[in-house]
Design a protein around this ligand. Structure first.
Ligand SMILES: [Zn+2]
Length: 303
């Protein structure tokens, strides 16, 4: 008797006799896509979406899946109350804006100016810059970019002038200089040359490099924000002239000698304990790499 009732209930739930709601089991490759039904957000794949507005008369429902880096997946499904359907979506990857680009990664320090700062528990800026640079290099190469590094090992001493010359020799589309700040606030900030400076009798960069660097800075910042928002605050975009060295020389030495657009990214404030813990963790570094890549993608798409 008990078995019969259980069986009846099982059949009822499978055929939807007792359930007025319609459901769609949505899976996608890759997973974690956002699912919208008629424009309303319903969850992330894999997910069983309940459509409580379904009626006895079958109706069309528009299902849209969104995943960053992939083309939106759009389809219509016909559903009546009590029906349970399944949808499997293969997401189509968008071409990367990084394919064919030459990107110079400059892991900051040690240079003629400084060996770099350190965090409250002794985490070295030089080491953080280097670790993130290696992960960023691999990520960009996988996206089809050519990567030029200004250093070949963590403790290699390279002058700031030489760093710019390496980016120039590669005719890089952009040079990204990775640093960690020493300050009181927390979060990431970006600097670009906003006027010419003079060092070793040389005045630079050109007005064209100033304009292109400043333009890149805005989109790069938005790209980083799109990934780090809610995790690491943004401290804004600034001119080189707002830095200590830039205020004395007019621009940072690496900018003065640069013939390609150049950005200095202060990834975190290393002297802040929270930021120090973030950037030394594998998950924090992975998120920072995603943010830097998004910064580059936003920059190249904006052109
Ligand atoms: Zn630094």
């Amino acid at each position: 008797m008990r078995l019969a009732i259980t069986l009846a209930l099982l059949i009822a739930s499978l055929t939807g006799v007792f359930a007025d709601d319609a459901t769609v089991a949505v899976t996608s490759h890759p997973s974690d896509a956002k699912v919208y039904v008629n424009g309303y957000y319903k969850g992330r794949t894999p997910a069983t979406i309940t459509i409580s507005s379904a009626t006895a008369t079958p109706a069309n429902y528009r299902l849209t899946l969104h995943l960053p880096g992939f083309k939106p997946y759009d389809t219509e499904i016909v559903l009546a109350a009590g029906q349970n359907k399944a949808l499997y979506a293969t997401m189509e990857r968008l071409p990367s804006a990084l394919g064919g680009r030459t990107i110079c990664i400059d892991p900051g320090h040690p240079s003629e100016t400084s060996a770099g700062t350190a965090g409250p528990t002794g985490v070295s800026e030089n080491r953080m810059n280097w670790q993130v640079a290696l992960k960023l290099r691999d990520n960009l190469q996988a996206a089809g970019a050519t990567v030029v590094m200004t250093k070949q090992s963590e403790n290699e001493h390279v002058t700031n002038r030489r760093r710019a010359e390496i980016a120039n020799a590669a005719n890089a589309d952009i040079m990204i200089r990775l640093h960690c700040d020493a300050a009181s606030a927390r979060g990431f900030a970006i600097f670009a040359p906003d006027r010419q400076g003079t060092k070793y009798g040389v005045t630079g960069p050109s007005q064209s490099v100033i304009q292109r660097s400043t333009a890149a800075m805005g989109s790069f910042y938005e790209g980083m924000k799109s990934v780090l928002s809610g995790t690491l605050p943004g401290r804004g975009t600034h001119g080189d002239s707002a830095t200590y060295v830039g205020s004395r020389q007019g621009a940072l030495t690496g900018s003065i000698f640069s013939q390609v657009p150049t950005l200095t990214v202060e990834m975190v404030v290393l002297t802040n304990a929270q930021d120090e813990a973030f950037i030394k963790s594998a998950s924090g570094q992975a998120l920072m790499v995603d943010a830097l890549r998004a910064g580059l993608e936003y920059t190249f798409r904006a052109r």
